[in-house]
Design a protein around this ligand. Sequence first.
Ligand SMILES: Cc1cc2nc3c(=O)[nH]c(=O)nc-3n(C[C@H](O)[C@H](O)[C@H](O)COP(=O)(O)OP(=O)(O)OC[C@H]3O[C@@H](n4cnc5c(N)ncnc54)[C@H](O)[C@@H]3O)c2cc1C
Length: 383
Amino acid sequence: MSPEPHASDASGWDVIVVGAGSAGAAVAVQTARIGLRTLVLDKHPLDRAGATWVNGVHGQAFDEAGLARPTAPELRAAGHRFHLVAGWGPTTKAVSDTGVLDIDMRLLIARLQHEARLAGAELRGQESVLALGPGIVTTATATLRAALVVDASGLGGLYRVQKPRPGDVCAAAQGVYAVTDRPAAEAFFRSFGAEPGETLCFAAVAGGYSIASMRMEGDELAILTGTLPALGHPAGKKVRDDLAARHTWIGPMAFGGHAPIPLHRPRKDLAFGDDDGALVRVGDAAGLVYAAHGSGIGAQLVAGRMLADALSAHGLRPGLRSGLGRAVRAWERAWHRRFGARFLVADAFRRLSTRLTPEVLAWVLRSGLMPEPLLRVGFTAGL
Ligand SMILES: Cc1cc2nc3c(=O)[nH]c(=O)nc-3n(C[C@H](O)[C@H](O)[C@H](O)COP(=O)(O)OP(=O)(O)OC[C@H]3O[C@@H](n4cnc5c(N)ncnc54)[C@H](O)[C@@H]3O)c2cc1C
């Protein structure tokens, strides 16, 4: 039976999550696991929710979130050396043991959605949310109520919308391409001292902070680019497409995508409301992105687990609202204690790095000012 227009929902959800991408699905897994009646809504069909490309995520994030580490085909690569290249070369600096796993986000999000369902959550795609607030969500057809609403709707969020300023937006793109001439591809990687399967990350290629990174996965090549158009850089998609067109050994793109990433400091206010109805925001909706390299997934996975821990610690059980306001504020404090200072430092580094030219970066790499252990910290500090 289809719902009446603007029907009021009396089913009494404990949690309604808006957004079934990585941040929303990760929260839903955790709240459903502690027995809270959880509903997830996404405006897209569920298999198109969230990121549709390959992301690097530190393996430790899965351990901390109580999620199984990915395996193939979700896991595309792990344990490879990372070569930072100043501009298009020749100066390079290698880092091993970064702990980063390269993950097909389409499959990770499908897994999180599946685990949420197994734990009892209900997920609905093609359900657009028009407005939300503490304890309340309005769609085109109904007003839904829940003890806790989670805004996981991506860039800028739906609650007290705070779109990032143009200078705080990274235009990123990623794509997985066929390799049509493997010997030529291997020769390219070896010309920078990298083995096939290792990452070449060309930095400052369009100006400070921009990158173009390449890694072979069997007979495929993953390209990731990111730029700051507000500084006059071409968009990440153009850098990716130009790079793919420049090398004759790169064939057609199998899948990928492009989107803006918020790089500002995380929002101070992550939790709102009280025992009568609360709201938290997570993921890109709250700018929970480690700005040094525009990575959000690891901290998002952990944020979901921390939220469930805070709700449990305050005795939140299905239908019970007493303590909800204190629980979400405890989560907000815990998140800022765990990640806040690191994310602030990452944002300061991001601002400084906008001044790096390839020449200055080459000098820094040659000078020893960036030893391997320091570079390695850059991969783990987002957790
Ligand atoms: C090319 C690229 C490469 C990246 N690489 C990395 C990386 O290597 N490592 C890393 O950690 N991060 C990376 N990031 C960042 C990372 O992808 C994002 O931080 C992450 O995808 C954000 O997840 P999210 O769930 O917060 O938001 P989103 O993925 O944007 O999901 C939000 C969901 O909310 C839904 N929604 C929006 N509005 C409504 C509405 N009104 N009603 C209902 N549903 C709604 C959307 O349909 C969407 O499914 C990259 C980003 C890009 C673009």
